[in-house]
Write a protein that binds this ligand. Structure first.
Ligand SMILES: [Cu+2]
Length: 374
């Protein structure tokens, strides 16, 4: 039995090594990036909560000059609130398992869950079940009156030592690889969005685009008690997604490029989580956590605060609207104080030319006090 205990110890040691490596790798990668944070926001006059009617018609007018100046790509360059695709980026009726993934890490993680972990655990469970039943049937007192006194078998002891090691290694390699990928810092040119969790809503700041801030509240549900005063009811706009998940002002980001998300909180710990984008990171007061978000294709993706944060914890959903770059730029220009001059994306050339056109509206670099939204 010595050998059996060794096997178990080896298994545990292997797991411990895997965990230790993971723990060592992850934070270093995250920390390496941390200090760069807190881009002194120009205290942009955040006029988000007030324009309740989601400014659906306004964008057209505001975006028009930008579209005109960015020459050829003009027609596609105006912003319109995106209507979500049913079943995409949201939970589905009687759904089981992981939501369909729309990021490279998400696809990797889902593959690991579906093709590595589930089969391994299924085989092990069935094997152990078979052994239990076999022993019960074959070695009960009636079937096997004279018990064997064998206590050692070298072959079987070697097998049950090596096999768990190999299985754990097989799990550890893709697992550590995935963790390393998840915490790979964003490229220097990536767009930055700062996310703040509040009791009980989210705010999104765009330091690269003039520092404006968007406040995001859950829409009220018809026939239910009012959750957020002054916010319209879900379904009152054709672009609304599911109740409990849809918000008045979404976090709008470009699709197909890495985005640096910096997450913090104003009061208690919140957690920014969007299952279909393989993204979950805590927002901790006084700290900034950072991770890269990459969304493969345009769409609306829903999530929820995932850290118990008070009575309305269940009423602070997350809606991420991923748009093609030109439409994202058009959206930026619909925001009071929104600018595109600091554009870091590869397609930066065209919008850079458009920047002067954008500048005249707000007062250049400083806080746009003459809130044009109202
Ligand atoms: Cu919360």
């Amino acid at each position: 039995m010595n050998f059996g205990e060794n096997a178990r110890a080896a298994g545990k040691a292997c797991k411990a090594i895997g965990l230790t490596m993971a723990l060592l790798l992850a934070p270093t990668a995250a920390m390496a990036q941390a200090p760069a944070v807190a881009p002194a926001e120009p205290a942009a006059a955040a006029a988000p909560a007030t324009p309740a009617p989601v400014a659906a018609p306004a964008p057209v007018a505001a975006a028009a000059p930008a579209a005109a100046s960015s020459d050829a790509a003009a027609p596609a360059g105006s912003y319109e609130r995106m209507k979500p695709t049913p079943g995409k980026g949201m939970p589905v009726e009687s759904g089981l398992g992981i939501q369909t993934q729309y990021s490279p890490n998400g696809e990797y993680g889902a593959w690991m869950h579906n093709a590595v972990l589930l089969p391994i655990i299924a085989v092990i469970t069935l094997f152990v079940l078979f052994l239990l039943l076999f022993v019960m049937a074959r070695y009960n007192r009636r079937a096997n009156p004279v018990a064997s006194r064998t206590s050692h078998n070298t072959l079987i002891e070697v097998v049950w030592t090596l096999l768990p090691i190999l299985i754990l290694l097989g799990v550890a390699v893709p697992s550590i690889d995935l963790i390393a990928k998840q915490f790979k810092p964003a490229p220097a040119k990536a767009l930055t969005v700062k996310i703040t969790g509040n009791q009980w809503f989210w705010s999104y700041t765009y330091p690269d685009n003039g520092g404006f801030e968007v406040t995001s509240n859950m829409l009220n549900i018809p026939g239910s008690p009012v959750i957020n005063n002054g916010v319209r009811e879900v379904g009152s706009d054709p672009s609304d997604g599911p109740s409990h998940l849809e918000v008045d002002n979404r976090m709008v980001v470009p699709a197909g490029e890495p985005i640096r998300l910096q997450i913090t909180a104003a009061d208690v710990i919140h957690s920014f989580a969007v299952p279909s984008l393989w993204f979950k990171l805590d927002g901790v007061p006084g700290r900034i956590n950072e991770k890269v978000l990459f969304i493969k294709e345009p769409g609306v993706y829903y999530g929820q605060c995932s850290e118990l944060c008070g009575v309305k914890h269940g009423y602070m959903p997350i809606a991420v609207e991923a748009l093609p770059r030109d439409k994202f730029n058009a959206w930026v220009l619909t925001q009071s104080g929104g600018k595109i001059d600091g554009l870091k994306a590869p397609e930066a050339e065209a919008p850079a030319a458009a920047a002067p056109a954008a500048a005249p509206a707000p007062a250049a670099s400083e806080p746009a006090s003459p809130a044009p939204a109202a």
